[in-house]
Design a protein around this ligand. Structure first.
Ligand SMILES: [Zn+2]
Ligand SMILES: [Zn+2]
Length: 553
């Protein structure tokens, strides 16, 4: 029976280009997962959007002397272009700037207020006498009281990952002018997180299937004790507060951005079968998976679940497979120092599948991993091209040329052929099991080892030699190899969709690859084969020096 799978993916701030850290952290694993489930015949809803509010946007706008909307529109367009080129297959990628999002955020706000989970309080707020304005948390900098990191922000310390209030910081200063701010009283709404502490503890204890790093981080956060958090602030860019007297304040971005998963599902529903089409993804047996980077764990394992507990009878996250970080050439990624590989740059120069391949085999699932151009070159040339691409190309070309452009009729299978076909069948089962549990790295390695087996088989059978003295033996070996390629295009499709689609048509299959489902299907003898092109291309050694010279400049 088919399942309903909600693939909820982190909302990128529309204040700058995407880089490989974003892709390895959330977007690629989410896409692999969504494609896998679609192939399995499950109902998938994969949503996200540009986070267009918050101080990362206004800070950027001030730096560039533009309006926040100009910044947001520019990057939202760029994101959409990147998703299409990299093959990140969202069902909907919207923004937090829609009337629908405001409406859903207001609804949640008002329900929580009505139920006593949101309350009003007067609080001292950082005010910069030099800039003559209230300072949102990200406009305040100081030393982290927990780990002594000197550049902690008012909302979170990037070093130890703790969330905090500006008043927790030591050596406070205004990020714009470095003046120490003073605190002035301002009225704000708060989320009563404490009210959910026990329910969250009970719920978290049941999530034995979560990744250990996610579980540990969440438990550590809970042990520190939950604190109520302000959900409004003195700023004029964001979702309005549906309460009188708050016309010049806005809902805090952390509170409304997580609501985006839900509002985007509702937006998607309107164009897919009506206003209630979102419901099967948010209730009953549906499972929801939240793909995020590790810096976002508490928002998805504690705060969003608390908001959901207080709102309606909607499903809590089933899993939060948060990834760790990707370093670049052995160093921590830094956008301000341009120590990053920008996705639009990559996509301008290279094909999408080689990047998807490298980031899959090297995914930061349980610990940080590194991206280097040297490894990119090696994985492309030695693995994608040499192990998989050449296998496909020589079998397809040979079949096309020597068997009149059709799949040849096999003779009887010997034990070696039966064994390889059995391994192809097994690979489908193994990768299925691994992807279901979000184990992407192991999944792609298992898939690639089938390609290695097929290469060994062909080396033994040498159909290019036997064609002269034993045409039937050659036909059988090629038929077996074409069958294994058919299994490979299926198990590799979630990771390498572009080359898999092409392989699907080179094998003579019609229609769309997802319609074929997650099953082992040998091409039918006599099935017409089109003239094939290579799936991948060897890259030149010189790209390593060329690309690394762009870093940090
Ligand atoms: Zn810290
Ligand atoms: Zn200032």
């Amino acid at each position: 029976m088919s399942e309903h799978i909600l693939v909820a993916v982190a909302w990128p701030y529309a204040n700058g280009s995407l880089h490989l850290g974003h892709i390895a952290g959330a977007y690629l694993p989410a896409d692999i997962f969504a494609r896998y489930h679609r192939l399995k015949g499950n109902k998938v809803l994969m949503v996200s959007g540009s986070d267009q509010h918050g101080t990362p946007i206004t800070l950027r706008a001030e730096q560039e002397n533009k309006s926040p909307q100009e910044i947001v529109s520019k990057y939202h367009k760029e994101f959409l272009d990147c998703w299409q080129k990299l093959g990140i297959s969202f069902d909907l990628f919207t923004t937090t700037g829609t009337p629908n999002h405001t409406q859903v955020a207001h609804d949640i706000f008002l329900k929580l207020l009505d139920r006593g989970y949101i309350y009003k309080d007067a609080v001292p707020q950082a005010y910069c006498p030099q800039c003559q304005r209230f300072l949102p948390d990200r406009y305040v900098e100081g030393t982290c009281p927990y780990c002594q990191f000197p550049q902690a922000r008012g909302d979170q310390c990037d070093e130890c990952g703790r969330t905090m209030n500006p008043s927790d910081l030591l050596d406070l200063r205004c990020r714009i002018c470095s003046t120490p701010p003073r605190f002035e009283v301002s009225e704000h709404f708060f989320l009563r997180l404490i009210a959910f502490e026990n329910r969250l503890k009970t719920w978290i204890k049941k999530q034995a299937h979560w990744r250990q790093n996610v579980l540990n981080f969440t438990l550590g956060f809970l042990e520190g004790g939950l604190k109520d958090r302000a959900i409004t602030r003195d700023i004029d860019w964001g979702v309005t507060v549906p309460q009188p007297g708050f016309e010049h304040k806005r809902i805090y971005v952390w509170f409304e951005a997580v609501i985006g998963y839900f509002s985007a599902s509702k937006e998607w529903a309107k164009s897919h079968g009506g206003d209630t089409a979102w419901q099967p993804f948010w209730s009953g047996k549906a499972k929801s998976f939240y793909f995020i980077g590790k810096d976002n764990i508490p928002f998805h394992t504690l705060i969003w679940p608390a908001m959901l507990m207080g709102y309606e009878n909607l499903n809590l996250p089933y899993d939060v497979p948060a990834n760790e970080f990707l370093t670049i050439e052995g160093k921590r990624l830094s956008t301000s120092r341009n120590w990053a590989v920008w996705l639009p740059d990559y996509l301008q120069r290279y094909d999408p599948d080689p990047l998807r391949y490298l980031l899959s085999v090297n995914m930061p699932e349980t610990g940080d991993t590194d991206f280097s151009w040297r490894e990119f070159l090696r994985r492309n040339n030695d693995e994608l091209v040499a192990t998989y691409g050449n296998l496909a190309h020589r079998v397809l070309t040979f079949a096309y040329r020597n068997f009149d452009g059709v799949v040849p009729n096999p003779g009887e299978f010997d034990s070696q052929s039966r064994e390889l076909l059995g391994k192809a069948e097994e690979a489908l089962e193994d990768v299925d099991r691994l992807l279901y549990r979000c184990r992407f790295k192991e999944g792609i390695k298992t898939a690639m080892s089938l390609a290695q087996e097929a290469n060994r088989y062909l080396d033994d059978k040498a159909p290019w030699k036997t064609i002269k003295e034993d045409r039937q033996a050659s036909a059988t070996a090629i038929y077996v190899a074409l069958s294994v390629l058919s299994a490979l295009k299926t198990v590799l499709y979630p990771f390498l969709p572009f080359s898999s689609e092409r392989l699907h048509s080179y094998l003579g299959f019609g229609g769309n690859i997802e319609a074929g489902g997650w099953r082992f299907q040998s091409p039918a003898p006599g099935q017409k084969l089109p003239s094939p092109e290579p799936l991948f291309h060897k890259l030149d050694e010189s790209i390593v020096a060329e690309e690394t010279s762009r870093l940090g400049t």
